[in-house]
Design a binder for this molecule. Structure first.
Ligand code: SER
Length: 318
């Protein structure tokens, strides 16, 4: 990777990934792609090049790739699961139409492509516990449909055209920087904000709803380490199971109580999010990622809680 484009650089993942890649590969070599209405600001804008790149516009991608001699694209544009359920046509247009545009540019201009998949690529018929790398994938959400189809399209472009496509199936991502939006796992971010601000947290999912989660530093190293991995060691490509912890709302509540003893949580279940969460795995088996490219998360639940509360409190005191 010498010249990198991040599509969706102002989102939850993209904003932190862009800064980390700039620190690693040099600020001038990492282009922040953005869409109208989500322009970069502050450090993200000032620290390196930025370009209007809407993934639904193939010409814009092609021009940016040519202009900056891009060899690697991180595709962080997507609607998260609950939003995708309310706008399924747009979710398809961005998630799959956009990916197709990008893969065509990558084929023509010889770029490697990282595209996140998700625990949402699994469905009701998938084994729920320690979900294997290779198993049944029959999601019933539009988010999941775009993720499975995206995985298949990525593998197709690799086998048919030799495009270096790679992907991980992200679990819920927890971060104190940019907020997520419209995801089923977002409650695991919001709970920390409520706790740090002394508010009662209204939990949209039932106790006992287990899903995999990951703290942002691990999510970023998953993307970068996979893209830096020796291709000869990759048996799989699109997409690797990765996880750092499997938690339910009660596990998060108890973990916060250790630091904020008067933290309060009430259940106020959102049926749309609950149905989506029920269709996803309780926990993933990520042994293929460990074996093939050395995946090793650093943050379990306790370290995540410690770091999230410390960061949110210090932001409030600024
Ligand atoms: N965080 C995503 C969501 O909840 C799952 O990958 O939609």
């Amino acid at each position: 990777m010498k010249n990198i484009l991040i599509i969706g650089s102002t989102g939850q993942l993209g904003s932190e990934l862009t800064m980390l890649l700039r620190a690693r590969y040099g600020s001038r070599n990492v282009v922040a792609g953005y869409i109208k209405g989500a322009e970069p600001t502050g450090e993200l804008l000032e620290s390196g090049p930025a370009e209007h790149v809407d993934i639904t516009d193939a010409m814009q991608i092609a021009e940016a790739v040519k202009k900056y001699r891009i060899d690697t694209v991180y595709n962080m544009a997507a609607l998260l699961s609950a939003t995708a359920e309310s706008k399924p046509q747009l979710a398809w247009h961005i998630g799959l139409g956009g990916l197709f545009n990008l893969l065509e540019v990558a084929r023509e201009q010889h770029c490697a492509v990282f595209t996140p998949s998700s625990i949402g690529a699994f469905g009701d018929y998938t084994p729920k516990d320690r979900t294997p790398q290779d198993t049944v994938q029959r999601p019933q959400t539009m988010y999941g449909v775009t993720k499975v189809a995206g995985e298949l399209l990525g593998d197709y472009y690799f086998k048919r055209f030799g495009v270096d496509t790679r992907s991980v199936r992200y679990p819920g991502l927890i971060s104190h920087v940019a907020p997520p939006g419209g995801g089923t796992t977002d409650y695991a971010v919001e709970i920390y904000h409520s706790a740090a601000e002394g508010r009662v947290f209204k939990c949209p999912l039932l106790a006992g709803t287990f899903m995999d989660m990951m703290y942002m530093p691990d999510a970023l190293s998953a993307a970068i380490n996979l893209m830096e991995a020796n291709p000869d060691s990759l048996v799989h490509r699109n997409s690797f199971n990765v996880t750092a912890m499997s938690v339910d709302p009660e596990a998060l509540r108890k973990s916060i109580l250790e630091y904020i003893p008067d933290f309060k949580m009430e259940y106020c279940v959102d049926p749309v999010r609950q149905a989506i969460a029920d269709s996803w795995p309780n926990s993933l088996d990520d042994s293929c990622a460990k074996e093939e490219w050395g995946w090793l998360p650093e943050y379990g639940l306790q370290l995540t809680t410690q770091s999230m509360l410390r960061e949110l409190e210090s932001k409030m005191n600024q």
